[in-house]
Design a protein. Sequence first.
Length: 175
Amino acid sequence: MSQPPATDPSYAPAEIRYCARCATEMIVRDIGGKARKACPSCRYIHFVEAKVGVGCMLIEDGALLLVKRARDPEKGKWCVPAGFLDYGEDPRETAAREMLEETSLRVRVTELVDVFYSPGGPGASVFILYRAERLGGEPHADDDALEVGFFRPHEIPEIAFESTEAAVRALERGR
């Protein structure tokens, strides 16, 4: 009988001890070449789901809107308004919701800028970046933002994430 692969905590997290369906103690099995938690009784398999983050870039008069993060990861650095996708929520709605929550601005999401993959770490493993245009409101830091401001390419403060770096590059290219 072959041994299951070494347990990778990202696929078979130690904190998953009992089956969500029947409460039997989970075991580790090789499923698709990965060590995963599985129920020996009802055959339920626990799959770790990716965290999906969604952000929104707003450029006005050659300046990019950024928020200063109030929380880790990257507390005190600047990024585009962003947050996690809620179950059942359209990513475009997430982008507009996060913009409103963090900056008090109502926006219309206009186009997809890029999708980023960031393995490991406490944040999103997949990040979707959209572009938007302002419908109304005045910028005001709220929710988990300490500050909000528009920055021209030569004024960009310390950036938090690769996705915001991409937004800055788009700004520099005049997109």
